[in-house]
Design a protein around this ligand. Structure first.
Ligand SMILES: NC(=O)c1ccc[n+]([C@@H]2O[C@H](COP(=O)([O-])OP(=O)(O)OC[C@H]3O[C@@H](n4cnc5c(N)ncnc54)[C@H](O)[C@@H]3O)[C@@H](O)[C@H]2O)c1
Length: 403
């Protein structure tokens, strides 16, 4: 492993990616200054505390802050390495919203000096590192050919395992030119135990989008099967289990839709830049986006059998055993059921204490009071439910966990 200590790093954006990265580097000998536009985030970190939920992050941040190797502020400082880890959402029309990357680049531009390395870690459409980050730095007079090294290194950590995966995962690193690639590879080799894979910035950007589109397309296949099986009166879970016994078949599991801020978002970056050529990726997005509507229709058909049913919705998170509600299809489904006035809607989400919009109840209470039980997330608590205990109720299990 290359040693590169006593160097300074400035991390822009202290969320799920930026804060673990900043605090990890702070405990690996780097002097790190983190920047966020939120005063609350900055103050919390400077007190050695955290504002997001991630195992062991509190200990790491506390130790980095107490050692003096991690500070947070609203303004950047001069550094050897700048890391941009700001959001990259899409706009209403599914076009990428690069305003955060642009703003972050403009923020660091006055602090960047010859010899510095600037890394974009945000998941980005192909060309963003070259056109937006390097482009803006060039516009304000930086020599991005020989003096300032700009690279992309997409982040592929799994929430809940971020601190482990930041170190253990293989990383894809691509600069806007050869020299930038070399400098970025050297930097990641100081703290990554996985392999650092070398490419150019455009391929690195596309690699991350490809990984998430692969997942999305394969989930769409499972979701489409679930619709077909419902029509044909076939149990989709049994069908998939049987088909997966083929040595070269590995079908993923259907669900109520696809959520989270990665898989439901990133394929749109490919579609936006190559709309004519990405027909399969677009169709997969549409299939997955349609699934919540299909679930709602199914609930409506069951609700018609009652005068005013009580519908118990189990789970709000976008996947099992997390409290993350970003882009969660479960939230959209519950909101729509309430707005449609289908009956009394009860909601349980064991990973949250409260919710601004929904009155959360213990799941046992929700199940017992409901005429229709709608399972939306395969949280471990719900896996203990048995179909034999729900005989008097209509069960709509979008995750196939209740047997
Ligand atoms: N969270 C994940 O699991 C994950 C995994 C892989 C990749 N990513 C990608 O990493 C990037 C960051 O995601 P995240 O989950 O950390 O987002 P986040 O919303 O948790 O954090 C982003 C932070 O950036 C701050 N910010 C916004 N604009 C800023 C600016 N101009 N200057 C300084 N701070 C600014 C926000 O206040 C926020 O605290 C995104 O591109 C995302 O797609 C995330």
């Amino acid at each position: 492993m290359v040693t590169n200590l006593n160097k300074t790093v400035c991390v822009i954006g202290l969320g799920y990616i930026g804060l673990p990265t900043a605090s990890l580097l702070g405990t690996k000998g780097y002097k790190v200054h983190g920047v966020d536009t939120s005063r609350h985030v900055v103050d919390t970190i400077n007190e050695g505390r955290i504002h997001i939920v991630e195992p062991d992050l509190d200990i790491l941040v506390k130790s980095a802050v107490q050692s003096g190797n991690l500070t947070a502020g609203l303004e950047p400082q001069k550094a050897d390495v700048f890391i941009l880890s700001v959001p990259t959402p899409f706009k209403d029309n599914h076009q990428p919203d690069l305003s955060y990357v642009e703003a972050a680049t403009r923020t660091i531009a006055p602090y960047v000096e010859a010899g510095n390395l600037v890394i974009l870690e945000s998941t980005s459409p192909v060309g963003t590192t070259e056109d937006v980050v390097a482009g803006l730095l060039k516009d304000v007079g930086h020599d991005i050919e020989k003096e300032v090294f700009v690279a992309h290194c997409p982040e592929r950590v799994l929430p809940g395992r971020i601190l482990t995966e930041l170190v253990e995962n293989d990383r894809i690193v691509g600069g806007v030119n050869k020299l930038a690639t070399e400098k970025a590879v050297e930097f990641y080799n100081t703290f990554v135990r996985g392999e650092v894979l070398v490419t150019d910035s455009r391929t690195a950007e596309m690699a991350k989008l490809t990984e998430n589109s692969f997942r999305d397309v394969n989930i769409a296949f499972a979701n489409e099967l679930s619709l077909i099986c419902d029509q044909e009166g076939i149990g989709v879970w049994e069908l998939i289990a049987l088909a997966n016994r083929h040595p070269r078949v590995s079908i993923l599991q259907p669900g109520p839709g696809v959520g989270g801020h990665c898989i439901a978002v990133d394929p749109w970056f490919i579609i936006a830049s190559a709309p004519e050529s990405s027909r399969l990726i677009r169709t997969a997005r549409e299939v997955n986006d349609y699934k919540p509507e299909w679930v709602i229709e199914k609930v409506k058909r069951s609700a018609d059998k009652f005068k005013r049913p009580t519908i118990g919705c189990l789970g709000l998170a976008f996947k099992a055993d997390v409290d993350d509600l970003r882009e969660s299809p479960a939230v959209d489904i519950v909101r729509k059921l309430i707005n449609d006035g289908l009956g009394t809607i009860l909601v349980a989400e064991p990973n949250l204490h409260e919710h601004t919009e929904f009155d959360l109840r213990p799941y046992e209470e929700v199940v017992s009071a409901s005429d229709i039980v709608l399972l939306l997330v395969d949280h471990k608590e719900f896996r203990d439910l048995r179909a034999s205990d729900l005989k008097e109720k209509i069960l709509i299990d979008t995750r196939g966990v209740i047997v």
